[in-house]
Design a binder for this molecule. Structure first.
Ligand code: BTN
Length: 327
């Protein structure tokens, strides 16, 4: 099934009868019903009301390459070598990996409406119902091996946060690169590396942003989540264009100067600084007060035994223990 066609008819958010949809699609009403069921399997919320037909509450704007490009400033557009818009994929990072295997892919970007096996950090899955968010992967080639890429994910976080701010969404960054809206997770970044670990390597930079998650899909997310349903914009073409508009120049800057130009910008959006956090990196979890990032992008944590720098692992915010009033 090609969901795009029926979604284009339902995109206006109004009711359309089964007969009308069947006429436009040149199929039977039973086939329309089947397609509606398949949309529901892709976690698209479709209302059906007897006598009125079907509608998508709130409508849906599908990703359109021209609209994405139009939302990008001209200098960034020049850095975009290829914009590959897909309907349904397993993971845009996997699509980008295949593209890398096929040949030079510097400046390639894949955007998809739906991922069946979206990947998150630390082996988690990333929930991406059809048309509900931004699923984007950009490939960028760096010289100097993987060692030069330490801190890249923080620079990417800064670029995406600035793009969202340009669109009127005030986000903060949770180390290393979660995008938070009002302390709940709005988006995430997953960077995978290919190529020669000591020479030319490709960063496969996956970015997921929740735009309007249907309630039943959101039920399968195991942490506090946010989307843009109450934000200044939910226009995915505009948002994707703005993200690329900030990201591509940021990657060029990172290639030349590393993390340095991004450190202050990261700190200005640091959601953890001064908070009690729990770090899970080795065998035993431990706690301390988050104290910003170091020059390489590690998280500084003030622990009872002195300052520690965390370079990998999972950091969660812990509520401060309230002192016992009686004591
Ligand atoms: C995280 O766990 O915070 C990272 C989430 C990254 C999700 C994005 S969606 C586009 C790209 N394709 C994937 O399979 N994952 C990333």
């Amino acid at each position: 099934m090609e969901p795009r066609k029926i979604l284009q008819l339902l995109a206006d958010g109004r009711f359309h009868s089964g007969t009308e949809l069947a006429g436009h699609l040149h199929v039977s009403r039973a086939a329309v019903w089947k397609q509606i069921e398949q949309l529901r399997e892709l976690q698209v919320a479709v209302n059906s009301v007897r006598g009125r037909g079907y509608r998508l509450p709130g409508g849906m704007v599908l990703i359109d390459a021209d609209l994405v490009r139009a939302a990008m400033p001209a200098p960034a557009r020049e850095l975009l070598a290829e914009l590959d818009i897909r309907d349904m994929v397993d993971s845009t990072n996997s699509v980008a990996q295949s593209r890398v295997r096929a040949g030079a892919a510097h400046g390639y970007c894949c955007l998809a409406e739906f991922q069946s096996s979206g990947r998150g950090r630390r082996g988690r899955n990333w929930v991406s119902p059809y048309g509900a968010g931004i699923c984007m992967t950009v490939v960028w080639e760096f010289l100097g091996g993987v060692a030069a890429l330490e801190g890249l994910s923080l620079a990417v976080g800064v670029a995406v946060a600035e793009a969202l701010e340009d669109a009127g969404v005030p986000v903060r960054l949770k180390w290393p690169n979660d995008l938070l809206l009002a302390d709940a997770k709005l988006g995430g970044i997953l960077i995978e590396l290919g190529g020669d670990a000591g020479g030319t390597c490709q960063a496969i930079i996956g970015i997921g942003i929740n735009v309007a998650l249907p309630e039943d899909a959101a039920g399968s997310i195991d942490q506090a989540w946010a989307d843009l349903r109450n934000a200044a914009t939910r226009d995915r073409n505009l948002l994707a264009g703005k993200v690329l508009g900030r990201l591509l120049p940021a990657l060029a800057t990172f290639a030349g100067s590393g993390l340095a130009p991004f450190r202050e910008r990261w700190s200005a959006r640091d959601a953890l600084r001064g908070r009690l956090v729990e770090v899970r990196a080795g065998a035993e979890p431990w706690s301390g007060i988050a104290d910003g990032i170091d020059r390489q992008g590690g998280l500084r944590v003030l622990a009872p035994g002195g300052e520690q720098v965390v370079r990998g692992g999972e950091v969660t915010v812990r509520p401060r223990e309230v002192p016992d009033a009686a004591g």
